[in-house]
Design a protein around this ligand. Structure first.
Ligand code: PLP
Length: 390
């Protein structure tokens, strides 16, 4: 029989080496819990980086995937498919009517690549305005908009130019958007950059400025979508509708998926064959996406996210520790900023309290639990955070 150590050693021996690995082998998940190979249970506030909103191995999604796997798994988009059509119709049901055209793909960064290419084609321009601390993904188009120099600088120069403005700075945004800009590209709540919600003024100004200057507004809802922030999409908090929106992470209930949603006006500017994907829109992912959106709608999980998130943030704020700088968030997208590096505390939460959490920048402990998490689990997380900080 394989031991815990064997799996760890095997994985480390062959891994590309880009990840700092936890010293644990996770083998199973259910709801907001995961189990390691020794049978130990963990409360999972990593949630697959915000993929597992509906809970690990959500039974409704599992059933849909099983059924579709036996029916048809792959079909290029040149061949129409019942599940793809159903996915588009279901997605339209949770989006504003103007976002009626969809490019399905397989990940967040691919959705953002598509958004950049559609925006370039629709405007004839190739300059973007993005935000300081923003994160857009790792492929060569999207990474140019990911602010962190470690992600971006070694791989440039890029074929499109990007101007970064401080997030939530309306004046800086105003002066950055001129006639040469194709689109302003923003997250409604910055995730990877440290969990910073947008101010309503900032997103509303972004909408107004882009309209005035004749450029596009792209909102990246990859982490903030599917109920994470207490609404189905983050932009619903702000009364702003973008020209293009990207989603991925939780959209497939755990199955790899991405989508770039856009207005008909934007979509019509891309010529036939101007973009494409082999796996994108495959019936297996489409069936998972239909099940995930339906489950979200039927259970109104975004309301649970809003309520539990409010209580969780309040409870974390009540922790009386000089180490805590700030607790920020929206719904169950929560960051606790320390006055020192967060990594040792993330390790202690895991090793001493069996709670998995993740970083967001060097000093933030980020919590992205499945939205189905029990209130008592979140109370346990607060107790554990209090304990590791004392
Ligand atoms: C995760 C994330 C991405 C990248 O998605 P991948 O599926 O990892 O390529 C892009 N933007 C935001 C805001 C994200 O959180």
């Amino acid at each position: 029989m394989q031991t815990v150590k064997d799996w760890l050693e095997l994985e480390k021996a062959h891994d590309s080496g880009i990840y700092t690995k936890h010293e644990v082998v996770i083998v199973r998940g259910k709801g907001a819990r995961v189990w390691d190979s020794a049978g130990q249970e963990y409360i999972d506030c990593v949630g697959g980086y915000g993929v597992a909103n509906l809970g690990h191995s959500n039974p409704y999604v599992v059933e849909a995937v099983k059924r579709q796997a036996e029916t048809l798994m792959i079909l290029p988009q040149t061949l129409p498919n019942d599940k793809r059509a159903e996915f588009y119709d279901t997605l339209q049901g949770v989006l504003p009517p103007v976002l009626s055209r969809y490019f399905p793909c397989n990940s967040g960064t691919e959705a953002n690549e598509a958004a950049l290419k559609f925006a370039m084609m629709a405007t004839g321009k190739r300059k973007f305005v993005a935000a300081v601390r923003g994160f857009s993904g790792r492929t060569l188009g999207a990474v140019a908009l990911s602010y962190e120099p470690k992600y971006r600088e070694p791989f440039g120069p890029y074929g499109h130019s990007v101007v970064f403005v401080p997030y939530n700075d309306v004046e800086a945004l105003k002066s950055a958007v001129d006639d040469s800009v194709a689109a302003v590209f923003l997250e409604p709540v910055q995730g990877e950059g440290g969990v910073y919600p947008a101010t309503p003024q900032f997103l509303q100004a972004a909408r107004q400025i882009t309209q005035e200057k004749g450029c596009l507004l792209i909102l990246d809802e990859i982490q903030t979508g599917m109920g994470r922030t207490g609404r189905v999409w983050g932009f619903e908090h702000f009364g702003v509708v973008p020209d293009l929106m990207t989603a991925a992470k939780a959209l497939g209930g755990g199955v790899p998926i991405g989508v770039c949603a856009m207005t008909a006006e934007v979509a019509e500017k891309m010529p036939k064959g101007g973009h494409g994907t082999t796996f994108g829109g495959n019936p297996l992912a489409m069936a998972a996406g239909v099940a995930a959106i339906r489950y979200l709608q039927d259970t109104r999980l975004w309301e649970r996210s809003a309520e539990l998130g409010r209580e969780f943030i309040e409870a974390l704020r009540s922790i009386d520790s000089p180490k805590v700088r700030e607790v920020r968030g929206l719904g169950l997208m929560v960051g606790l900023e320390l006055g020192e590096p967060s990594a040792p505390y993330i390790t202690r939460l895991e090793q001493q309290h069996h709670i998995l959490s993740l970083a967001a920048g060097p000093r933030v402990i980020r919590f992205l639990p499945p939205l189905v998490i029990e209130k008592s689990d979140l109370e346990q997380v607060v107790q554990a955070v209090r304990a590791v900080l004392s």
